[in-house]
Ligand binder design. Structure first.
Ligand SMILES: [Zn+2]
Ligand SMILES: [Zn+2]
Length: 210
């Protein structure tokens, strides 16, 4: 089974495009038929997270994937076709326009892991890249923000704990260790950071909302 309809999730996401880069003109009538086909899919999987429209139009998010037995898509993909005229692969459109709308529920099988590679390479070939420079600029800005968050946290920690007279024991690190510790503030905080340092990269609204 092939996955379609997944979009950029953060500023460092290189695989999935913003749907703005796939907006197209449909032949009159086909857009509605494709959207109806997408709505009629059987539930394949339900997730805990809720998606949000990448056009920031206020459309309520979905948390499930639907399928026709061959393709798998997020439940709100019909919204992107119907309301934002987003393009999908010709092979899927041919199915959607020729096959009857799937009427029976397919059971999701835990052994089936849908393939994302088809969608990723199709997007790479067909996206317009019109937002690429905006995304890159925002990513550079987020990099700077992350460096500032780090520097501030290190300075705060050094002020609280003071510095020792010895070098950090972490391999290759030349910073002074914190007073009474073997490692420096930077090495100590790096182990705790991972998630919080990613926050500036989640903010897609300024880039995609125009
Ligand atoms: Zn929308
Ligand atoms: Zn260190």
């Amino acid at each position: 089974m092939k996955v379609i309809g997944y979009w950029i999730t953060s500023l460092v996401d290189e695989e999935f495009p913003p749907p703005q880069e796939l907006v197209t003109d449909y032949v009159p009538g086909t857009r509605q038929r494709i959207a109806d086909y997408l709505d009629a899919g059987a539930t394949f999987e339900v997730y805990r997270g809720v998606s949000w429209c990448r056009f920031f139009c206020g459309h309520p998010g979905h948390c499930s994937e639907l399928t026709d037995g061959e393709w798998v898509w997020p439940a709100d993909l019909s919204h992107y076709v119907r309301d934002h005229s987003v393009r999908l692969p010709d092979a899927f459109i041919a199915d959607a326009l020729s096959k009857p709308v799937p009427a029976t529920a397919h059971c999701s099988s835990p052994s089936i892991i849908p393939d994302e590679t088809y969608w990723i390479s199709w997007c790479a070939k067909h996206r317009s890249n019109s937002l690429r420079s905006r995304i890159q600029a925002a990513r550079t800005q987020a990099d700077i923000e992350v460096q500032q968050i780090k520097a501030q946290a290190i300075a705060d920690r050094e002020r609280q704990e003071g510095l020792s007279g010895t070098t950090c024991q972490w391999l290759g690190c030349q910073n002074l260790a914190l007073a009474g510790r073997l490692i420096c503030a930077s090495c100590m905080l790096t182990a705790q950071w991972s998630g919080t340092l990613f926050e500036p990269y989640w903010d897609l609204r300024p880039v995609l909302h125009m």
